[in-house]
Design a protein around this ligand. Structure first.
Ligand code: C2G
Length: 128
């Protein structure tokens, strides 16, 4: 299982999802709701419904559920009998509390790409 906003989908996200799927045979992705993004000080370009539809179209993803709070992870891991929790290593250590419930894996981020970079590159391109 993994969590994220997954806005303006890019190869960094795909690399994470592909590697996460290698840890099991069923990958659940909890996508941040628009309201939860506000708690992360993030304003996604795509709505939750759009981001959900995009993630559901990815071959590595088996199920998409909403992420509404920081506190839901333990319950999610228990309710979905999750074996492995996977996140990019920008979160290294942040979710170690889950280790009593499942394996916790932090994977190296894909260097050189991010939703923020896409937005700033596009702004530069359009504004000269
Ligand atoms: N990611 C990556 N390489 C990148 C960009 C992102 O591996 N170049 C990974 C992140 O580490 C994360 C996932 O892709 O595991 C989704 O990234 P975001 O949508 O930015 O997720 P974030 O806002 O970090 O949300 O409760 C956890 C939070 O919801 C995580």
């Amino acid at each position: 299982m993994t969590y994220g906003t997954f806005d303006l989908l890019h190869t960094g996200h795909i690399n994470l999802l592909r590697r996460a799927k290698e840890y099991g045979d069923y990958l659940i992705v909890a996508i941040s709701s628009d309201e939860f993004n506000a708690l992360k000080d993030k304003k996604a370009y795509y709505t939750f419904e759009q981001r959900k539809a995009i993630l559901e179209a990815i071959r590595y993803v088996d199920e998409v559920i909403p992420e509404n709070t920081w506190e839901q992870k333990v319950e999610d891991v228990q309710n979905h009998t999750v074996d492995v929790f996977v996140m990019g290593d920008d979160w290294k250590g942040e979710f170690d509390f889950l280790k009593e419930h499942c394996e916790v894996v932090y994977l190296p981020r894909t260097v050189g790409i991010s939703t923020t970079k896409i937005k700033s590159d596009l702004n530069l391109a359009n504004n000269g």
